[in-house]
Design a protein around this ligand. Sequence first.
Ligand SMILES: [Zn+2]
Length: 409
Amino acid sequence: MHFQTITKLLRLPNVIVIGVIENGDDNLHLIVEFTDKYEPPVCSGCGAVHTSVHSKGQLRVEDLPISGRRVFLYLEKRKCRCPEGGIYVEFLPWLHGRFTKRFAEQINRLTAITTNSEAGWFFGLDDEVVYRIDRAILQEKADDLLAPTPAPRAMSVDEVAWKKGHSYVTNVVDIDRRVVIWNHDKHGKTVLDAFFKSLTEKERAEIEVVACDGAKGFLSSSRHYAENALIVLDHFHVKSYLSAALEDVRKQELAKAKKDATQDELAGLLHCKQRFILLRNKPSRKKTQVLKRLEELNEPVYKAMLLKEQFATIYDFREKKAAQPALRAWISEALRSGLAPFKELALKLFRKRHYVLNFFVQRITSAISEGINNKIKRLKRMAYGYRDVAYFLLKVHQHCGLLNPRRFN
Ligand SMILES: [Zn+2]
């Protein structure tokens, strides 16, 4: 066998193949040696070169498959006694635990588009191994790319439930770059404070826009730290408030209709399967039909839908001056609607009207927040429950931020 050829095929720095183990299985088992094995080892503890070798150990590492066959490398790794205390294995830049770095990175690339268990199936590894590799690679990249925090000019902050039982995380998005740049466990003022504190004073002063849902904590943190920024309760968040209010009305009316035997048809129309038709923004034939029937059968839901759609027309105005009376008109109509969820929303939007109207000064596209929101939803579905929040935060960066492997090549 031409070991030289296999060595060339492997293309690992300073690695030569000196033997092949025939195992009877379909995998390639290669014994390798280092061309620089007489050079003193680099300590993985302190990064310095130490002349004394403490001991040697055998190690089997997996590399990328060749021609569909899994590849295992058998090598001798040295340990050195570190003058700073402790015994460390030597540092090899192309290794990542029991895998070659390039193999670990390939796994990480695959987990950016599919679940860990599917990635594991693809490579013949169990989920736990994939999880450990993925997490470690993401953490390495995070240390490299996310610290210090990349400062935004325009930012949007959002909280999202990451598992059942009101466990929230906060994500900060750079609107210009369309990526998540920072995230953290929990939500509220102290969390957003931590984001601003991760920036320099100059960077904070240079923030021009902060978009948020208008929650008290976010507002007070933004006012305090981003003094020069225009704070906007943007279209994306208003839209989700409107959808939530409509959803509340639908549920109330559905509950009523279910109790009333004569309201079978209405119950059917208000059933959650139809909900998507109601929430859809674009008009369709189906939606028009459902709407028409709803108008005949149930005034409250119909009214709620009209209110939601009316609000959307406010965004057709280009200028704050024109939007202001339209907003005022909407608020008074919602207050008079007799629909509790919309009354409540009208009061909220009245209190926060300045922030709502700031949107007409800085029109931030809601497409970015929507896109990221959808990606996070998909991510949550894909994972079937994340066990630790730190991993979830890293995955958000991988799917919606600077840790996406597509950015690297
Ligand atoms: Zn050392």
